[in-house]
Write a protein that binds this ligand. Structure first.
Ligand code: OXD
Length: 306
């Protein structure tokens, strides 16, 4: 029985080392040098070639090498009965929360305005803070932590999600309450999983319903945003700026309009990068659970797609 790492989208070496450190007896094969396809029972994947996992006749479990699983579910050849697990890790959550806090605080304390003022030699002490209310779309493991930390810092926060949720410590709007959610906030943070329902959710129709000048932060997936709607949303005043970590095509093509738009801050999908050392123990734990027929950790719901 062996584990296969199939990660053309991530360097497999640190994963191999981290897994071996947790359990040196593991038999691990690394794509593209997988010699014994029949032995593979668990596949660790990141942007695997679609259809490739069909080569493992005895595959029993697929684990994402990150928090997202959209890269797995987009492969229509993955049999429906196969369980899929994802990484839920404190370090990943911590980094993601810090990134979102950076975006929220930079907007609230107007870092970009003061950077421009500095370049122009302007000393302007008027209106030093923008008053904000932050709306988090997606309040799972990652979004929930952002809500907690923002509340701890004293900000007004509310959440939005596709399901009804009860007994939360913060105001929460369910799917059908999107308009109320948007009218309540002026910082919109997208942390939703990418599913067939959420793809393209950040579009001009949604932006029109935002309070004028809302600031957008997208740390989820590029496909949540209809990219060509963003600059028109600035022009119309629906949004005042955006901080984006994810894009439809990555790396973002050099010719893309976002590179030169001063209302957009962008980073190269680094908001929260999975740390192999931190994630390896839970991968090995799931492998052991699989071997012993125990319930898996962080298994996703194939119907909900997250
Ligand atoms: C992830 C990511 O899903 O890095 O972990 O985007």
């Amino acid at each position: 029985m062996s584990i296969a790492i199939v990660s053309p989208g991530k360097d497999p070496k640190p994963w191999l080392e981290a897994l071996r450190q947790v359990d040196s007896s593991l038999d691990i094969q690394v794509y593209p040098q997988i010699e014994d396809l029949k032995k593979v029972e668990m596949a660790l994947v990141w942007q695997h070639p679609p259809g490739f996992l069909r080569n493992f006749p005895h595959l029993k479990l697929i684990s994402s090498l990150g928090a997202g699983v959209d890269h797995i579910l987009s492969d229509s050849e993955i049999p429906h009965h196969l369980p899929i697990v994802r990484i839920v890790d404190e370090k990943l959550t911590w980094s993601m929360t810090n990134y979102v806090l950076m975006g929220v605080l930079n907007f609230h304390r107007q870092l970009y305005r003061y950077q421009k003022d500095k370049d122009n030699g302007i000393w302007d002490m008027s209106n030093p803070e923008i008053s904000i209310k932050v709306g988090i779309m997606g309040v799972g493991a990652l979004g929930g932590d952002v809500v907690d930390k923002l509340m701890y810092l004293g900000f007004e926060v509310c959440g939005y999600g596709l399901n009804d949720k009860k007994s939360l410590s913060f105001p929460y709007f369910a799917k059908h309450q999107l308009d109320d959610f948007l009218s309540d906030i002026n910082v919109l943070v997208c942390m939703l999983p990418l599913t067939s329902e959420t793809e393209g959710i950040l579009n001009i129709t949604l932006f029109q319903k935002c309070n004028p000048g809302t600031y957008l932060i997208n740390v989820a997936r590029g496909k949540h945003l209809i990219e060509e709607d963003l600059i028109p949303a600035f022009e119309e005043g629906y949004l005042s700026g955006a901080m984006l970590d994810v894009f439809r095509v990555e790396p973002l093509p050099r010719t893309h309009a976002y590179w030169s738009d001063s209302r957009i801050q962008l980073t190269p999908h680094i908001a929260s990068v999975t740390n192999p050392k931190a994630a390896a123990p839970q991968i090995v734990e799931n492998y052991k659970r699989l071997t012993n027929g125990l319930p898996l950790q962080h298994q996703i719901n194939r119907v909900k797609e997250y």
